[in-house]
Design a protein around this ligand. Structure first.
Ligand SMILES: Nc1nc2c(c(=O)[nH]1)N[C@H]1C(S)=C(S)[C@@H](COP(=O)(O)O)O[C@H]1N2
Ligand SMILES: [Mo]
Length: 336
């Protein structure tokens, strides 16, 4: 139990994924395995006790220079107008539950701890760049993009691969607007997105690296997926700027794919010709493949995806093909 050995990355998948709520104890993990309950992604060393306790907390409210954070991006723009095309009359998940149950591994692998560890994360200013196979690569601050594109609110379902789900109002702009701005070349067939790398502000960062995680966190989409009108760059949630634990100041939301595709705190977007390697696919290609469309009929190798648990009510509801967005996106995956 005591020896924490960092396995090489290619060995991680075997020990990486443990059923939900049992990642703290190897013994409990083994006992629960047979239940086939909803699973969770956990550190490779997760069986060896509370691996977070050795990480010193980051002081909150200050930036790296010791001063106060500048205001978050989009100040004065919330709440944004709700887009009537994305306003289903669904009951929203509880805001506070969503804000205290997060996957943001760079801060913690324990969902209920992330929100307590983000205080020292500096989100303003937020330079980002979009480059690669395009005629007009762009570099600037997130605020420039918000000023140019405006913000709108949309209600989406969100489904994590661990079989929990929520319904939340995101605020943001379509990724397609940003891609059109840089004029993609015809050979740009994929986009690769990268999360900011801030080991000094992200308490779990060094531990992830030593456990073989290929940080910075990165994700990717096919160009037609990235250009799809549902694919959103979110800067807000519940009518306010994004709390840091949700991926401030700008994160992706791809509502028909498992949650890990919705990469947080984006600083780089690259247009590329070939399918990029992504963090989760690199760690476990059978469990977290590049495409990762929500599909109740395709179980995760270690748990069913047929149902999901709403994070606030605990209700178990059927999982829908493409997370309920089949009408909008199934055509992207028609085999010819
Ligand atoms: N950089 C980064 N992005 C990330 C993650 C992460 O650990 N790091 N977790 C992903 C996963 S697994 C999920 S389910 C969602 C969770 O988003 P939420 O905490 O805002 O609900 O963020 C995704 N984006
Ligand atoms: Mo997830």
């Amino acid at each position: 139990m005591a020896n924490i050995i960092a396995p090489p990355p290619w060995r991680i998948p075997d020990s990486l994924v443990t059923p939900e709520s049992v990642y703290r104890s190897r013994r409990r993990f083994l006992r629960h395995l047979g239940f086939g309950a909803a699973g969770t992604l956990a550190l490779a060393s997760a069986g060896c006790g509370n691996s977070e306790s050795a990480v010193p907390p980051v002081s909150s409210g200050t930036n790296s220079a010791g001063g106060l954070d500048a205001p978050a991006a989009g100040v004065g723009k919330y709440p944004a107008r709700r887009n009537p095309d994305f306003d289903p009359k669904w009951k929203l998940s509880d805001e506070k539950t969503a804000a205290t149950y997060n996957n943001y591994y760079e801060f913690s692998t324990q969902k209920d701890r992330v929100h307590r560890l983000v205080g020292g994360f500096v989100i303003s200013p937020w330079p980002l760049e979009i480059y690669g196979l395009c005629d007009k690569p762009w570099k600037g601050d997130l605020n420039d993009l918000i000023a140019e594109f405006g913000l709108e609110e949309r209600i989406y379902r969100f489904r994590c691969v661990e079989a929990w789900a929520m319904i939340v109002p995101w605020t943001g702009f379509p990724l397609s607007k940003l891609l059109e701005k840089v004029a993609p070349k015809s050979d740009a067939r994929f986009v690769r997105l990268e999360t900011v790398s801030r080991p000094n502000q992200m308490p779990s960062y060094a531990r992830l690296v030593s456990n073989g995680y290929p940080l910075p966190y990165n994700e990717g989409l096919r160009m037609d997926e990235a250009m799809h009108p549902l694919t959103l760059v979110a800067t807000g949630i519940y009518g306010k700027a994004l709390p840091k634990q949700h991926g401030a100041p700008a994160r992706l939301v791809v509502p028909w794919k498992y949650g890990y595709k919705s990469i947080k705190s984006i600083v780089k977007i690259e247009l590329v010709a070939r399918q990029p390697a992504t963090l989760w696919e690199t760690l476990g290609p059978d469990e977290y493949p590049f495409e990762s469309n929500v599909d109740p009929a395709v179980p995760h190798p270690r748990w069913s995806q047929a149902t999901e648990r709403m994070i606030d009510t605990g209700d178990r509801v059927p999982t829908l093909p493409y997370n309920g967005y089949a009408e909008a996106v199934a055509k992207l995956y028609k085999k010819s």
